[in-house]
Design a protein around this ligand. Sequence first.
Ligand code: DX5
Ligand code: ZN
Length: 216
Amino acid sequence: MKPVIAPSILAADFANIQRDVEMLNASEADLIHVDIMDGIFVPNISFGIPVTEAIHRHAEKPLDVHLMIEKPENYVEAFKNAGAEYISVHIEACEHLHRNLQQIRALGCKAGVAINPHTSVGLLEDVVSEADFFVLMSVNPGFGGQKFIENTYRKVEKLKNMIVQSHSDAKIEIDGGVTSSNARQLLDAGADMLVAGSFVFKSENPIETIADLKSI
Ligand code: DX5
Ligand code: ZN
């Protein structure tokens, strides 16, 4: 199975966002990963609902919105209305994760749980069937361009086992520091979806870089 490739728009040129979205439209990217940061859950602020809407206006691929925000339940509907088809919330930000996942599914979106590098995948055991995908953070969320954390491989294997054991169809998305050097090992460990920001946008030919990741 070929991986789902989700380039992260966080690494795009925000002064030329339409051009960069059109580049993704013309590429083999499957999704457009949209990183939302509130300056509270993570130590950085990216952009919010109007920019997501603007991306959606030009996008021909589904938006995969990664909410790195406190109280995501207050905003999921607004992001769905802004064009999100995939919405992930952080386990560390949700007091009522089970309810939040139901809320996302009730809106007709794919529901994802994102987890930080220090959070054990064991904590996902009781929501394995409630989520459509899991976002394993392979860097500490907040910034693009960070170094991949090697412990991620072990987490992918463990989570994949949990998913298989519970006969769930949930997919595993890896987010942070993904390159053509670690993609193969991530897929072998059980990953299904790869987010790549800097590796795509800082490359000389992003369309080719996306194609390389797709056929790795
Ligand atoms: C990190 C974000 C990532 C980021 C990935 O907080 O969630 O999606 O954009 O960027 P790279 O691929 O540069 O690590
Ligand atoms: Zn992300």
